[in-house]
Design a protein around this ligand. Structure first.
Ligand code: SAM
Length: 239
């Protein structure tokens, strides 16, 4: 009989982190990203259905006031858990293109939990806002973002927070070679997704658009923001 295949390295490392509460600085996301999500919420643009993918044990959705929202939380190593307002399950974002049987089943169950009408289809557009916070570095991010769009309702929003090098010292060996190398690259890619860009900030500084980025003084501060800075992007699906 064949031995069970050993656990993927990323899975075992993140699982350990998950159990230990993840040694990760959420303060930056709380300072720079949370206000943007709260603003969307106050303008009734966040929900009712919010998905936090790569959510971590205590990620940004755990500090978001959830009243009035239904939150789907997924992570490579998330345990399966369900309450009236939260549904959490494991999902490997690297495998969105060809979902495992377990993932399909979990996605169908999530739809049932949402009370979505019609034929259960694991790839239905049922989410109003997808949050991707400090996860892009571990992924072939272009592939993943494109896949995630199919779960967004028309007029739904993609809300991204990421700093290209954050996590490098602790988890750099798990970074994807197709992860973002700098923010300009990410912004350029986001521009191709056909989303209406509503928020584009670098380290909290409002950029507005990539054209405006080109007009900023190309000094050391800008170079730093473009390489290691915290990018906040919110874009609306315009179909
Ligand atoms: C730096 S933490 C960020 C957690 C949370 N989103 C936050 O903002 O605090 C990165 C998270 O990405 C998850 N992750 C890494 N690779 C993943 C993958 N392939 N699929 C799903 N989640 C993944 C890890 O398990 C970890 O919880």
């Amino acid at each position: 009989m064949q031995d069970r295949p050993s656990k993927d390295l990323a899975e075992s490392i993140f699982e350990e982190d998950w159990e230990e509460g993840l040694e990760y600085d959420l303060e930056v996301a709380k300072r720079l990203f949370l206000p943007e999500l709260l603003k969307l919420k106050s303008e009734n643009k966040l929900g009712p259905v919010v998905a936090d993918v790569g959510c971590g044990p205590l990620g940004i959705s755990s500090v978001l006031p959830i009243e009035g929202l239904k939150i789907i939380r997924t992570d490579l190593v998330a345990s399966k858990r369900q309450t009236a307002d939260q549904f959490q399950f494991p999902l490997d974002l690297r495998k969105l293109e060809s979902l495992s049987f377990r993932s399909k089943r979990n996605l169908v169950e999530a739809q049932q939990w949402l009370g979505t009408e019609g034929e259960p289809d694991s790839k239905s557009p049922v989410v109003d806002t997808i949050i991707v916070s400090s996860v892009l570095n571990y992924l072939d991010y272009k592939k993943v973002l494109k896949q995630l769009l199919s779960y967004l309702k028309p007029q739904g929003r993609l809300a991204i927070f990421n700093a290209p090098h954050r996590g490098k010292f602790t988890h750099g060996f798990l970074f994807s070679e197709n992860g973002p190398k700098d923010n300009r690259e990410v912004i350029e890619y986001l521009n191709t997704l056909g989303l209406d860009s509503e928020t584009l900030k670098l380290d909290g500084i409002n950029i507005g658009s990539i054209e405006k980025l080109d007009k900023l003084p190309q000094d050391r501060d800008l170079m730093k923001m473009l390489t290691t800075g915290n990018l906040t992007f919110i874009g609306k699906k315009n179909v």
